[in-house]
Ligand binder design. Structure first.
Ligand code: PMP
Length: 460
C-alpha cells in the first residue's frame, strides 16, 4: 500500500505510541485501521471483511454494532453523563449493576468495587487484601502467590502478579510481594507418564511447600485465572482447582479468581468458577461485562472481607482508594444492558453450543504435522505449533511460525491471536455454528499455506 504523507497511516506512525507493539516494526508496517464492525465481523479502511475470532481482546461478547448498547449509552449520556461514587455519592446504574453482579456471581461474593480496567481491578485486589489483613492485625500477611504464565494486567501490582516475562522484562518488575508457582499446563509442564491428576497433586504440593517456606503467616492470597487466557489458553489439569483450594483453606490464604476473560459465559457457564468448582473469596470481572463497549471492571468480595475493610476504614478515618471513573454511569448502564442481552438471547447456552462445535472442528488439527496440541473449553481455544511432534520441540526462533500463520489467517479474512507458538481463538459469543465452520475453514487454509512455507524453508 502507498502511504500518503498526510494519511491516517502516516499520522498514526508519527504520533501514536501503541500498546503491545514493537514501535520500530510499526514504523515499517504501519497500522491496520479498523473502521467498523457488525456481528462477528470487522472491516478495515480498505473495505476488507474479517471474522474477528478474538472478539477484539477476548471481550466483545455480544458482537459488533449492537444498537441496544449504543442506545443505553446515549440515554445515560443525556441523563447523567458522569458522576462519581466517592464520599457517599451514588447513581442508579452503579447501584443496580452492583446488585446484579452479586446476584449472578458464585455464592459467597456479596460486595462490589468498580474500576475502569482489569489491571486496576487486580491492583485493587492487592490493596484490599493488604488493608484487610492490616484490619485483622496480621500486618505480616501480605505475600501473593500467582502462576507462571498467568495474566493479571500491566499496572505495577497487576504486572507483578502476571507471570509472563514480556510484561516484566525492562520494567524492573515483579515487585517482591509475589511468588510465582508452576504453570498448570500439562502439555508443557507435566512429566513424562504423569497423569493429569498426579500433575495436579504435584502442583498442589508445590503450592503448599511455597506457603510453608514463606511462612503461612506471611502469605495472604493465591490468584489465578480459572483457565489461563493470555498465557496461551491453558485449561488446568482435572482436579487442580479443588486441590489448590484445599491447600489455601488449610493455611488461611484467600482464593482470588481472575475471571476477566472467562466471566459472563465464555466457557459455556456464566462463570468459569462454576465450570471448575471454585469458591473464591474474591473475583475480578471485566471485558464481557460491557462487551468492551465501555471500559469497566469490578472486584467482588466476600462479606467477611467487607466487614474487615469497613471496620478498618472506620478505625483509621476513611477508605483512601477509588478512581474518578469507579462505577462510571455510562459504563455501568451499558453493562446492565449488555447483561440483559446475554440473558435474553441465551448467549451462555449459545457459547456452550457453538463452543462445542469449535472444539470439535479444531480437534482433528491435532493430527497435523505442525500442531502439537489443540486445547480449549467452550468458546475459547488454541492450537499450539511445534517443530517436532514427538519431542514437542519449538521452532527456532520461537513464535515465528505461529506469527506467519496469524498473518496468513489475516490474509484470508480471519483475525486470530499469535501468542508465542500458539494461535488463540475467542470469538464473540453470538457466533453461530455455521460461522464457526467458516472460521475453521479459513484457519485450515492459513495452516496449509504455513505448512507449505515451512516446507520451503521459511523464506523471508
Ligand atoms: N486479567 C486477565 C485474566 C486478563 O485477561 C486481562 C486482560 N487481557 C487483565 C486482567 C487486564 O485487563 P485490562 O487490560 O483491562 O487492564
Amino acid at each position: 500500500m502507498t502511504v500518503l504523507p498526510n494519511s491516517l497511516h502516516a499520522r498514526d506512525v508519527a504520533y501514536h505510541f501503541h500498546p503491545y507493539t514493537n514501535a520500530r516494526r510499526h514504523e515499517r508496517v504501519g497500522p491496520m485501521i479498523i473502521e467498523r464492525g457488525a456481528g462477528i465481523h470487522v472491516y478495515d479502511d480498505q473495505g476488507r471483511e474479517y471474522i474477528e475470532a478474538m472478539a477484539g481482546l477476548w471481550s466483545v461478547g455480544v458482537g459488533f454494532g449492537e444498537g441496544r448498547l449504543v442506545e443505553a449509552a446515549a440515554r445515560q449520556m443525556s441523563r447523567l453523563p458522569y458522576y462519581h461514587t466517592f464520599t457517599h455519592k451514588a447513581h442508579e446504574p452503579s447501584i443496580l449493576l452492583a446488585e446484579r453482579l452479586v446476584r449472578l456471581s458464585p455464592e459467597g461474593l456479596d460486595h462490589v468495587f468498580f474500576t475502569n480496567s482489569g489491571s486496576e481491578a487486580n491492583d485493587t485486589v492487592v490493596k484490599l487484601v493488604w488493608y484487610y489483613n492490616n484490619a485483622l492485625g496480621r500486618s505480616a500477611k501480605k505475600t501473593f502467590i500467582a502462576r507462571q504464565g498467568g495474566y493479571h494486567g500491566i499496572t505495577v501490582a497487576a504486572a507483578s502478579l502476571t507471570g509472563l516475562p514480556t510484561n516484566q522484562r525492562g520494567f524492573d518488575l515483579p515487585l517482591p510481594f509475589v511468588r510465582h508457582v508452576t504453570c498448570p499446563h500439562a502439555y508443557r509442564h507435566a512429566r513424562a507418564g504423569e497423569s493429569e491428576e498426579a500433575f495436579a497433586d504435584r502442583l498442589a504440593a508445590e503450592l503448599e511447600a511455597v506457603i510453608l517456606e514463606e511462612g503461612p503467616e506471611t502469605v495472604a492470597a493465591f490468584i489465578g485465572e480459572p483457565l489461563m487466557g493470555a498465557g496461551g489458553v491453558l485449561p488446568p489439569p482435572r482436579t487442580y482447582w479443588e486441590k489448590v483450594q484445599a491447600v489455601c483453606r488449610r493455611h488461611d490464604v484467600l482464593v482470588v479468581a481472575d475471571e476477566v476473560i472467562t466471566g459472563f459465559g465464555r466457557l459455556g457457564t456464566l462463570f468459569a468458577c462454576e465450570h471448575y468448582g471454585i469458591r473464591p473469596d474474591m473475583m475480578v470481572v471485566s471485558k464481557q461485562i460491557t462487551s468492551s463497549y465501555q471500559p469497566l471492571a469490578a472486584v467482588l468480595f466476600s462479606d467477611a472481607i467487607y466487614q474487615g475493610l469497613a471496620d478498618h476504614s472506620e478505625a483509621i478515618g476513611n477508605f483512601g482508594h477509588g478512581f474518578t471513573g469507579s462505577g462510571h454511569p455510562v459504563a455501568t448502564a451499558v453493562a446492565l444492558e449488555n447483561l440483559a442481552i446475554i440473558e435474553e438471547r441465551g448467549l451462555v447456552a449459545n457459547a456452550a453450543r457453538s463452543g462445542a462445535r469449535l472444539q470439535q472442528a479444531l480437534a482433528p488439527f491435532a493430527e497435523h504435522p505442525l500442531v502439537g496440541e489443540v486445547r480449549g473449553v467452550g468458546l475459547i481455544a488454541a492450537v499450539e505449533i511445534v517443530a517436532d511432534k514427538a519431542s514437542r520441540a519449538k521452532f527456532d526462533p520461537p513464535g515465528r511460525v505461529a506469527f506467519h500463520l496469524f498473518e496468513r489467517a489475516q490474509a484470508h479474512g480471519l483475525i486470530v491471536r499469535a501468542i508465542q507458538d500458539t494461535v488463540a481463538f475467542c470469538p464473540p459469543m453470538i457466533i453461530t455454528q455455521a460461522e464457526v465452520d467458516e472460521l475453521v475453514a479459513r484457519f485450515a487454509l492459513a495452516l496449509e499455506e504455513t505448512a507449505a512455507w515451512v516446507g520451503a524453508g521459511m523464506p523471508a
